[in-house]
Ligand binder design. Structure first.
Ligand code: DGJ
Length: 715
C-alpha cells in the first residue's frame, strides 16, 4: 500500500524478498528512492537515502522511474517525444497511484504521470509476483494534443539502483554458438545491449542479462538481478552508470529506425520488462524466474511434454513416404511419443529440395508425398505414434509461387536489389492479409489433419531492406511486424489452445518471454554436440526452466550415446538420429533411457534446479533437480575435460534437499549389464544434511564420463 510521510508520498513495490520504492516530492516529481531487499519496517526505506554520501544531483531528477528528454534530465531518457506543435520537451509529474490485487500472489501498482504543460500522460505499471519475487513493468502512453505526437523513444522500464560497483553478465552468439557469456564490471557511461535484426532478433544478442551489485555474480550469495525484455523484435537495454555511481537500467523496444506516430486518444502500450532481484545469488534468482515462467508464462508450463523423434539431422530435405514410414517405425521402436517431420515436405512448382526454393508454398510435395501429409498422419495414427510438423510460416523464398503471386507481401525495398538471409525473405506481418495467410497455414494443417499433435515453428531470416508496401509510416515496421506476429499467435492459441509448439529460430534466435506465452518449448541451438550443450543449457538455465528446453540426441559430437542422452535429459528429451544405424546395445540403452525419463521427467520439468559444479571452471559439471516436497531428486554429472586425471576426486555438495530426510541413492541410465561404480554405505541411506554439508561423489572420470543419480527420500 502507498503511504505518506513528512517528505511526501511513498509507493513501495514489493515482492516477498525485494522492494523498489517510489517517492513523490513536494514538486510532484517521482523518484526511485530504494531498490533492494525488502525491509521489515517500511519507514526504513525513507531513511536509506540519508545514509548515502554521494555527490548531489543538481537536476533533482536523475533517479526518476521514467526519465524524460528535453527538460531537466541530463541522462539517457526512457521517453523522448516531439509534441504535436513541434516542441521537443517532456516533463512528467505524479498525478495518482492505485493498487490492484490481481490474485493472492500478484499485486499490480499503477502510477499515473502527466506533463503539466502538454496533454500527455504516462502510466507506469508494476506487476509484482510475490512468491516468485518477479516484477514485470511497462508503460502506457496516451496523448490528447492537437495532432500526432512522435515517440522517438518509448522504453518499458527505467530502474535506478544505488550502489558503487556493478557487474554485468551479458550474452552474445551466432548460429550454433548461442548464449556465450561475458562478465564485465560496468564503467561509467552507457553500455547498450540491443538488436536491430528485426526477426530472428536474438541471433547475435539474446534479450537477457544479469547485473550484480558489489561483486561479480555468484551462485549462492550476493545481490543480483536477472532481467529481460518481453519482446520478440528489436530491443534496447541501456545500462548507465551515472555521476553518483548509481545504475540506471532503461529497457524497451529498440527505437532504432523506429519513431512512432501516436494519434490523439490512442494508447501506446510498451512490452513488459521483467526482473527478479535476489540477495542469495544467481541460484535463488534463477529458481524464482524458472518458477514464475512455469506458473505464469510458458504455455502449459506446469503440464507435461512429448518425447519425440525428429528427421532433420537424418534425412535433411531428402525423404519420401516410404522413408517416413520407416522412421515412424523407429519412433515406435524407440518408445518416444511423437514423430516430428521437419523441413522439405512442401512446394511443387518449386520443390523444397534445398533451402533455395519452395518456402511459402505450403502444399505437400507430390513427388515425395504423393498421398499428402494425410497418408503419413494416418500411418502414424495406425501405429499409435503422434505426428508433428515443421513450418516456417513468416518466410518466403523468391523462388516460390507465393512470391510470384504476392510480391507486395514481402519486406524489401522497392528500389534496391534484394538481399537474402538463407536465400529467403521475410513476409510483411504488419499487413493483415499476410496475418490471415500465416494463420491459414497453421489452421489448414489442423483442419486437414485433426490428429496433428505438434508444430515446430521456425524463423531463419533477419530483416534486410526494411520496407513495407502496406504501411504508411515506414519507421513503424519493426514494431508492427512483431505486433502482427502476436496477432497471428493469439488467433492460433484461441483456436488451438493446447497443441504443443516449439519456438525455433535457426536455433535460439528468438527465445524470449513474450513469444513463450504461445509456445511450450524452445529450440536452444542447432548445436547439439552434448559437450557444447552442457555449457549452453547451463547458461540458458539462469533464465529459462528445463521444461522449455528442447534437447535432441543427434550425431553431433563423438561422445558415447549415454553421454548424449544424459545431457538431453536435462530438459525436454528428443532424438534426431538414424535409429536403424544404432548398435543393438545403443538402441537398448536409448529405449531404456526413454522409460527412465518417464520416471524422472516430473522432477526435471517441475522441480527446482540447482547448479552444483560449473563446467566453466572445473573438469566436470554437476546439476540437480529437486521436486517440491524434496522427496525425489536427480543429479546429472558430466566430464568436460579429457585431461589425464580429470574427474570428481572429491564429493560434490548437493543442494535443495531436506536436511532432516534420509535418501537412498541409485545410479540410473547404465548400459544393460553394467554395474554402478558409486560407493554406497551398507544401508544406502544418507541424511539430506550429510549430502549437503559433506556431499556425495558421483565418480565421474574418463571411464564414466556421464553419471545420473536418483535420490529418493525414505522417510
Ligand atoms: C533450422 C532449425 O534450427 C533446424 O532444426 C531445422 O529445422 C532447419 N531450420 C530446417 O530448415
Amino acid at each position: 500500500m502507498s503511504y505518506t510521510v513528512a517528505s511526501g508520498q511513498v509507493i513501495p513495490i514489493e515482492t516477498k524478498n525485494s522492494a523498489m520504492v517510489l517517492t513523490v516530492d513536494k514538486g510532484h516529481l517521482l523518484h526511485v528512492s530504494y531498490f533492494g531487499k525488502k525491509l521489515e519496517d517500511k519507514n526504513d526505506y525513507i531513511q536509506f537515502k540519508q545514509q548515502l554520501q554521494q555527490a548531489g544531483d543538481p537536476s533533482g531528477v536523475s533517479n526518476a522511474p521514467y526519465s524524460t528528454a528535453g527538460s531537466r534530465n541530463l541522462f539517457e531518457p526512457a521517453i523522448s517525444v516531439i509534441h504535436a506543435d513541434g516542441n521537443t520537451s517532456l516533463a512528467l509529474q505524479y498525478v495518482s497511484s492505485s493498487i490492484k490485487k490481481v490474485s493472492d500472489d500478484i499485486v499490480e501498482t499503477s502510477v499515473q504521470l502527466k506533463d503539466p504543460v502538454y496533454d500527455f500522460k504516462v502510466t507506469l505499471i508494476y506487476r509484482a509476483y510475490q512468491t516468485e519475487n518477479v516484477v514485470e513493468q511497462w508503460a502506457e502512453i496516451l496523448q490528447n494534443e492537437q495532432g500526432d505526437v512522435r515517440l522517438n523513444k518509448f522504453a518499458s522500464a527505467n530502474l535506478y539502483w544505488y550502489g558503487r560497483d556493478f557487474w554485468l553478465k551479458q550474452y552474445h552468439g551466432d548460429w550454433a554458438r548461442e548464449m556465450q557469456p561475458e562478465v564485465t564490471k560496468l564503467s561509467h557511461g552507457i553500455k547498450t545491449l540491443d538488436t536491430k535484426l528485426g526477426t530472428r532478433a536474438d541471433l547475435f544478442q539474446p534479450p537477457i542479462f544479469m547485473v550484480s551489485n558489489g561483486k561479480a555474480p555468484e551462485e549462492d550469495q550476493g545481490e543480483v538481478m536477472l532481467g529481460s525484455i518481453e519482446w520478440s523484435g528489436n530491443y534496447r537495454i541501456d545500462l548507465e552508470l551515472d555521476n553518483q555511481n548509481n545504475l540506471r537500467v532503461i529497457a524497451g523496444m529498440n527505437n532504432f529506425a523506429d519513431a512512432y506516430e501516436l494519434a490523439p486518444g490512442k494508447l501506446f502500450k510498451t512490452p513488459r520488462f521483467l526482473y527478479t532481484l535476489s540477495q542469495k545469488g544467481t541460484g535463488k534468482a534463477s529458481r524464482d524466474l524458472q518458477a514464475w515462467a512455469r506458473k505464469y508464462r510458458i504455455l502449459d508450463g506446469q503440464g507435461s511434454r512429448l518425447t519425440l523423434l525428429n528427421n532433420w539431422e537424418t534425412t535433411n530435405f531428402n525423404f519420401n513416404e516410404e522413408k517416413l514410414k520407416a522412421i515412424l517405425g523407429d519412433t515406435k521402436k524407440l518408445g518416444v511419443d511423437l514423430f516430428l517431420l521437419d523441413d522439405g515436405w512442401f512446394g511443387n512448382k518449386y520443390p523444397r529440395n534445398d533451402d533455395h526454393a519452395g518456402l511459402g508454398d505450403w502444399q505437400a510435395n507430390k513427388k515425395k508425398l504423393p498421398n499428402g501429409i494425410q497418408a503419413v498422419v494416418k500411418q502414424a495414427d495406425q501405429m499409435g505414434v503422434k505426428f508433428g510438423i515443421w513450418i516456417e510460416p513468416e518466410m518466403v523464398n523468391p523462388k516460390s509461387e507465393l512470391y510470384e503471386n504476392h510480391p507486395d507481401w514481402v519486406i524489401k525495398q522497392p528500389n534496391r536489389p534484394e538481399y537474402y538471409f538463407r536465400n529467403q525473405l521475410v513476409l510483411d506481418l504488419s499487413n493483415p492479409k499476410v496475418q490471415d495467410f500465416v494463420f491459414g497455414i497453421v489452421d489448414s494443417l489442423f483442419i486437414k489433419n485433426p490428429t496433428l499433435a505438434y508444430i515446430k515453428w521456425d524463423c531463419n531470416a533477419v530483416i534486410y531492406n526494411a520496407y513495407s508496401a502496406h504501411l504508411k509510416n515506414q519507421s513503424e515496421l519493426y514494431v508492427e511486424y512483431v505486433r502482427g506476429l502476436y496477432k497471428v499467435l493469439e488467433r492460433i492459441r484461441a483456436k488451438y489452445p493446447k497443441v504443443p509448439m516449439m519456438l525455433c529460430s535457426g536455433g535460439g534466435g528468438r527465445v524470449d518471454y513474450a513469444a513463450l506465452k504461445y509456445f511450450t518449448e524452445f529450440w536452444p541451438s542447432d548445436n547439439t554436440d552434448p559437450l557444447e550443450r552442457i555449457y549452453l543449457q547451463w547458461e540458458y538455465s539462469y533464465f529459462y526452466p528445463a521444461i522449455a528446453s528442447a534437447n535432441h540426441v543427434t550425431n553431433w559430437g563423438s561422445q558415447p550415446i549415454k553421454y548424449k542422452v544424459d545431457v538431453a535429459m536435462m530438459g525436454k528429451l528428443g532424438f534426431d538420429i538414424p535409429v536403424s544405424k544404432l548398435k543393438p546395445e545403443e538402441l537398448t540403452f536409448c529405449k531404456d533411457a526413454v522409460k527412465q525419463y518417464d520416471q524422472l521427467s516430473d522432477v526435471i520439468w517441475h522441480g527446482d534446479q540447482y547448479r552444483l559444479v560449473s563446467p566453466w571452471n572445473h573438469d566436470f559439471a554437476s546439476i540437480m533437480y529437486v521436486n517440491t516436497d524434496k522427496s525425489k531428486a536427480v543429479m546429472f554429472s558430466y566430464l568436460v575435460s579429457n585431461r589425464y586425471d580429470a574427474g570428481s576426486e572429491l564429493p560434490v555438495k548437493l543442494k535443495g534437499l531436506d536436511a532432516h530426510k534420509h535418501y537412498k541413492i541409485e545410479e540410473v541410465n547404465l548400459y544393460k549389464g553394467a554395474k554402478s561404480k558409486i560407493k554406497l554405505n551398507k544401508e544406502n541411506s544418507y541424511s539430506g544434511s550429510f549430502l549437503m554439508e559433506v556431499g556425495f561423489n558421483p565418480v565421474v572420470n574418463a571411464g564414466r564420463s556421464s553419471v545420473v543419480l536418483v535420490l529418493t527420500a525414505t522417510d
